[in-house]
Design a protein around this ligand. Structure first.
Ligand code: C2E
Ligand code: CA
Ligand code: CA
Length: 485
C-alpha cells in the first residue's frame, strides 16, 4: 500500500462499502417482495389476506374520496362459529381446510366483479360490497348467508356450519380504515353473542362495546379483593313428596348457589352480565375456584345452622368444567371444608356436555369418582342430542324456565315438559323445574310427574341468613307448604 495516501484509501473502502450495502439492499428488497407475496395470500383459500385487506381498504377509501362517491360501500365481516372450531379439533385437517376453501369459493361465486373479498383469519372473511346498503343489502345477504350455511359434503360427511355476519357502512359508520373495520367488528361480535345471522352496526353497539371493555377492566381489578366484590346467594330447590289440594309435603330442600358482583360504583351486577366476560377473559377460572371453595364452606355452615338443608348445587361454566384442574379443585375444597361430596351437585349446561362429549364423559367420570352429583341445567334450550344423554351418569335434569313460564297458555311447552318428564323418569333421574312463579305451574308440573321446584313462588335467591331462615320455617311447619297462602 506504499505510495497511496490515506484519503485515497478511505475513498476506496467507502466505495466498497457502498457497493456491499447496495447488494445487501437488493437482497433485502427481494426478500421483502417474497415475504409480501407470501403474506398477501391466505394459504387455505388462495384469497387475499388481512395484509392485503389493509392496503386495499386504504386504496379504496382514497379513491372513493377523490371520486366524491356518494354511495360508498358496506364492509361485511363473516365468521364461522364454534362448530367450525369443533370440526378443526375433532376431524382431520383436510376436512376443515376443505370447508374453508368451499366457503371462500361460495362467497366468490356470489359476489359481483366490483366487490372485494379477503380471508383474514382462519375462520374469518371480510367482504366490501360496493354501493349496497339498506334494503338492497338485505336482498343480497339473505341468499348469500343461506348459501354459506348449506351443508358441505365431504368424504361421506355432511357438515353444516353456522355463519354469523356483522356489517358497517362506509363512510357513515367510520371514515378511516381503522374505524370502519372496528365498527364492522363490533357488529360481528354482536351477531356472534346473540346467535343472530346478521347485525348492522349502530352507535348503541359502540356504547355497549365501550362498556364491555370498562367492565372487563373492572372485573380484572375486582380480583384484587375478591372476597369483598363477589358474594353468593342461595335459592331454594324444593323436592316434594305429595300434593293434596293446596298442601305440598316437602321431602328435602337444597340450595342453588348463585353468584353476584358488587361493583364499587355500579352496585350489584347480575351474573348474565359478567359471567360471559369472565369466560372471555379467562377470569372464570380463578372465579370458579373461589366459588367452589366458598360454596363448600357455606354448605357445611348452612347444614349446621339449618335444620333441613340437604345439599347445594353450584354452576360450572363449560370452560371450567373442561379444565384439568376442576376435579382437583373440587377434591381439595371438599377435603378442606369437610363437606360431603354427595351433598354437592354440579350444574352444567348443555354446551358443557355436548361441545365435546368425549371430554365431558371423562370429566364426569372423574366427578363421579369423587362422589359429587351432576345436573344438566337449562335442559331443552340447546342442541343436545338426546341419543347422547345415556352416556353421562347424570343425577338430575333441570327444565329451563322458558318452558315453565307459559305452561298454562302454551300447549307446545306442555308437550316439551311432558317429554322431558318421560325422559327423566325413563332414565331414573331427578327432575327440577326452574322459574316456578305460580301455584298453577306447581300443580301442572306435579300432574305431569315433576317433583322438584325452584322459583320465585317459593323464594328469590336469598342471602345465607335468609336461606337458613327459609329452611327453618319449613321445618317449623312440619315440612308442609300451603300453596294457597
Ligand atoms: P341458571 O343456572 O339457570 O340460574 C337460574 C336463574 O333463574 C337465576 O338467575 C335465578 O335468579 C333465576 N330464577 C330463579 N327463579 C326464577 C323465577 O321464578 N322466575 C324468573 N324469572 N327467574 C328465576 P341469576 O342468578 O341471574 O343467574 C343467571 C345465570 O347465571 C344462571 O342461570 C347461571 O347460568 C349463571 N350463574 C349464576 N351463578 C353462577 C356461578 O356461580 N357460576 C357460573 N359459572 N354461572 C353462574
Ligand atoms: Ca343453574
Ligand atoms: Ca337453569
Amino acid at each position: 500500500m506504499q505510495g497511496e495516501n490515506p484519503s485515497q484509501l478511505d475513498a476506496q473502502a467507502m466505495l466498497q462499502e457502498i457497493l456491499d450495502l447496495k447488494a445487501e439492499c437488493e437482497n433485502q428488497r427481494g426478500r421483502i417482495a417474497d415475504l409480501e407475496h407470501r403474506i398477501a395470500i391466505q394459504p387455505q383459500t388462495g384469497l387475499p389476506s388481512r395484509y392485503r385487506l389493509e392496503i386495499e381498504l386504504d386504496e379504496l377509501i382514497d379513491r372513493l374520496r377523490v371520486e366524491e362517491d356518494k354511495r360508498g360501500f358496506t364492509l361485511l365481516i363473516l365468521q364461522l362459529g364454534d362448530d367450525y372450531t369443533n370440526i378443526r379439533k375433532t376431524l382431520k385437517a383436510s376436512v376443515s381446510e376443505w370447508i374453508l376453501y368451499q366457503t371462500g369459493m361460495r362467497m366468490a361465486g356470489m359476489l359481483r366483479p366490483q366487490d372485494l373479498l379477503f380471508h383474514t383469519h382462519e375462520n374469518e372473511f371480510v367482504v366490501a360490497l360496493m354501493g349496497l346498503k339498506g334494503p338492497e343489502l338485505g336482498s343480497f345477504l339473505r341468499p348469500f348467508l343461506t348459501r354459506l350455511s348449506e351443508a358441505h359434503i365431504f368424504a361421506g360427511l355432511n357438515i353444516a356450519l353456522k355463519v354469523t355476519a356483522g356489517a358497517a357502512y362506509w363512510p357513515e359508520h367510520g371514515e378511516g380504515r381503522h374505524q370502519i373495520l372496528q365498527s364492522a367488528d363490533i357488529a360481528a361480535g354482536d351477531s356472534r353473542v346473540r346467535h343472530r345471522g346478521f347485525s348492522l352496526f349502530n352507535p348503541s353497539l359502540l356504547a355497549r362495546a365501550v362498556e364491555k371493555v370498562e367492565l372487563q377492566n373492572a372485573i380484572t381489578k375486582a380480583f384484587e379483593n375478591i372476597d369483598e366484590q363477589f358474594f353468593l346467594l342461595f335459592q331454594p330447590k324444593i323436592f316434594v313428596s305429595e300434593l293434596e289440594g293446596n298442601r305440598l309435603r316437602i321431602n328435602t330442600v337444597e340450595a342453588e348457589v348463585l353468584i353476584r358482583w358488587k361493583h364499587p360504583e355500579r352496585g350489584v351486577i347480575q351474573p348474565d352480565d359478567f359471567i360471559p366476560l369472565a369466560e372471555e377473559t379467562g377470569l372464570i377460572m380463578p372465579l370458579g375456584k373461589w366459588l367452589i371453595y366458598q360454596s363448600t364452606r357455606k354448605l357445611v355452615s348452612t347444614r349446621a345452622a339449618a335444620r333441613i338443608c340437604s345439599g347445594m348445587s353450584i354452576n360450572l361454566s363449560a370452560r371450567q368444567f373442561h379444565s384439568d384442574d376442576a376435579t382437583r379443585i373440587l377434591a381439595t375444597a371438599l377435603a378442606r371444608s369437610g363437606a360431603q361430596a354427595e351433598d354437592l351437585t354440579i350444574e352444567l349446561t348443555e354446551t358443557g356436555f355436548f361441545d365435546d362429549p368425549q371430554a365431558a364423559a371423562r370429566t364426569i367420570a372423574r366427578f363421579k369418582e369423587l362422589g359429587v352429583r351432576i345436573s344438566m341445567d337449562d335442559f331443552g334450550t340447546g342442541y343436545s342430542s338426546l341419543s347422547h344423554l345415556h352416556r353421562f351418569p347424570l343425577h338430575e335434569i333441570k327444565i329451563d324456565k322458558q318452558f315453565v313460564e307459559h305452561l298454562d297458555s302454551s300447549s307446545d311447552d306442555r308437550v316439551i315438559v311432558r317429554s322431558l318428564v318421560s325422559i327423566a323418569t325413563g332414565m331414573k333421574l331427578a327432575l327440577v323445574a326452574e322459574g316456578v312463579e305460580t301455584s298453577e305451574a306447581v300443580k301442572m308440573l306435579w300432574e305431569m310427574g315433576c317433583k322438584g321446584f325452584q322459583g320465585f313462588l317459593f323464594a328469590k335467591p336469598l342471602d345465607e341468613r335468609g336461606f337458613i331462615d327459609f329452611c327453618n320455617r319449613i321445618a317449623d311447619a312440619n315440612m308442609v307448604w300451603d300453596l294457597a297462602a
